[in-house]
Design a protein around this ligand. Structure first.
Ligand code: BEZ
Ligand code: FE
Length: 293
């Protein structure tokens, strides 16, 4: 280390400068840019908050248990990024969708298993018991045309607010999930149960963080989608149930008004028969509009 000001950076050459200089040899210029920014901001954070050794040890212990809480079916780091609003910030920074295209929102930690391929119209609620519901729409290009053969990957929690991977042995694998291929007009439709609001898992370190900061863990009722089509930018998004609790206080800050859909009540035995659901049911119509690549 050279120069003065080694401790708090009050000298003309700081430990921050030294670390930044040490990154000059990175072959990848983007890696160098990212690490330089990270070091500068981390050091500024430590100076600004006068971070103590004990506090940093506590933070390291927190990150360690966060890593240990990750399994093949649980991603605690994604949840940490989500509750800190970083996932949503990245969605906004990287958003390449023009006006009229479906907005993106967070992926969340439960898209860890491949959705089973299903026929159009299939019921993804393998357990039953929830309020029956049909979701239908078209996959369209922002240029206006239908996107036949587009892929619509869907996943949602059951009527009690749990994903299949959270309840092995209780829910069958693939419950609440489906991979659909849009028809020749870009249409997709499937049956499910009306999702309900649910708390994100709170039995790990992220739950502790929420409790320590007096925050609730709830997400408004939603269904997740990833829509993809040749020549278009895929969109990762949700549809939120209009009127759901927590639309204005989502634990992961992921609600965008354009993603809220009416799950309209339908009492029509004929159309219930056509869709293969019990009458009465609810029907959400929502088009997925993709940006050309
Ligand atoms: C979800 O919607 O599946 C989710 C998103 C962020 C954190 C936890 C769950
Ligand atoms: Fe979810």
């Amino acid at each position: 280390m050279t120069g003065g000001g080694k401790g708090d950076g009050t000298g003309d050459r700081t430990v921050t400068d030294e670390v930044v200089d040490s990154l000059r040899g990175a072959d990848d210029p983007r890696l160098r840019e990212l690490l330089t920014g990270l070091v500068r901001h981390l050091h500024a954070f430590a100076r600004e908050t006068r971070l103590t050794q004990r506090e940093w040890e506590r933070a390291i212990a927190f990150l360690t248990v966060t890593g240990k809480a990750c399994t093949d079916t649980r991603q605690e780091f994604i949840m940490l990024s989500d509750v800190l609003g970083l996932s949503m910030l990245l969605e906004m920074i990287n958003d390449r969708h023009g006006p009229g295209a479906t907005e993106s929102t967070v992926l969340g930690p439960f898209h860890m298993t491949e959705s089973p391929g299903r026929e159009l119209g299939a019921d993804i609620d393998l357990v039953g018991g929830g309020e029956p519901c049909v979701v239908s729409g078209r996959v369209l290009s922002r240029d206006g045309g239908a996107l036949p053969g587009a892929t619509v990957d869907v996943w949602q929690a059951d009527g009690h607010g749990f994903y299949d991977v959270q309840q092995p042995g209780v829910q069958p694998p693939g419950n609440g999930r489906g991979l659909f291929t849009a028809d020749g007009d870009g249409r997709f439709w499937f049956c499910t149960c009306v999702p309900s609001p649910y708390p994100i898992p709170t039995d790990g370190p992220v739950g502790g963080l929420l409790r320590a900061t007096g925050r609730h863990p709830y997400r408004p009722a939603h269904i997740h989608f990833i829509a993809s089509a040749a020549g278009h930018i895929p969109v990762t998004t949700h549809i939120f149930v209009a009127g759901s609790e927590y639309l204005d206080s989502d634990a992961v800050f992921a609600v965008k008004p354009g993603l809220i859909a009416d799950f309209a009540p339908v009492d029509d035995p004929e159309s219930a028969r056509e869709f293969g659901v019990a009458n009465p049911f609810r029907h959400a119509r929502f088009d997925l509009v993709l940006e050309p690549a």
